[in-house]
Design a protein around this ligand. Sequence first.
Ligand code: GDP
Length: 306
Amino acid sequence: MPSWRQALSRTRDRLAGSFSKVFQRDGEVDDVSLEELEETLLQADVPARLVGDLIESIENEKPAPGLTRRERLRRRLLATLGSPEPVRWEDGTPPFTVLIVGVNGSGKTTTAAKLAHLAGRSGHRPILGAADTFRAAGSEQLRIWAERVGCDAVTGASGADAAAVAYDSLDAALARGRDVLIVDTAGRMHTKGPLMQELQKVHRALGKRAEGMPQEVWIVLDATIGQNALIQARVFNEVVPLTGVIIAKLDGSSKAGFLFGVARELKVPILFAGLGEQADDLVPFDAAAFVDALLGFEDSVERAEA
Ligand code: GDP
């Protein structure tokens, strides 16, 4: 499994240098470098409105004794991300059912498999549902992953009704006594109308098979695309209210600052981060390690690895 340190090296390499220039040794910012600070936050794709608010608060706040401005900025960024409760696969009536949404290519299928692997490793018996029937290879890809991580997958033929596959996967989970169900879906942003209808249909189909399902709707966002991911999250949140965010490909990105926008605007917790392409490369999102890499602090990255 890659470490947070390795995974966030792009973020740190690209930004921490700029931040250490901005922050003087004692962590204070002079008036001139506030501009630089603003630019550096924008470079990391932190949304402009939030950057404006942060700069304003740093400018106007009375210095707190014993707290450097860097530390104050760190606390503000951490507060924006919040500290969600860890996911408890055993919550609610089983199976703990998660609908995975997001645009194609964001890392949905890989993430669905990683989640099944994670649940399996913590003693649960997961099953995967391949309701991405749009892409010919979608179901096949999930089936191969299911084999790799050692769990069952319910798939449909290419072009099959996605809602029917979702229904069948929940049916199978109930019949086989599985306690976690992860349902992968198709995501075609360019045709918002059909996407909306199909996703809502898939969501409804799960609720038809068992009341209250799915318990969770998690969106997979590609860390490498920056602010566009925030726009995607908004669109999907209108279609099916999101309950969590998974940030994929954080290992390849220095533009994940949009996460602050997602957390602030949509008030949806960031639950996991994808740090690579293997089954093990999904870890609970560590807000402190992320903020510290961004600001060039070393400590909590080391803490997260310990
Ligand atoms: P989908 O179309 O949304 O289902 O996306 P896929 O799961 O097929 O993933 C698209 C590509 O992103 C694949 O090549 C994956 O291996 C890659 N990928 C997914 N998650 C990660 C990650 O956390 N880190 C890296 N580096 N690559 C990832």
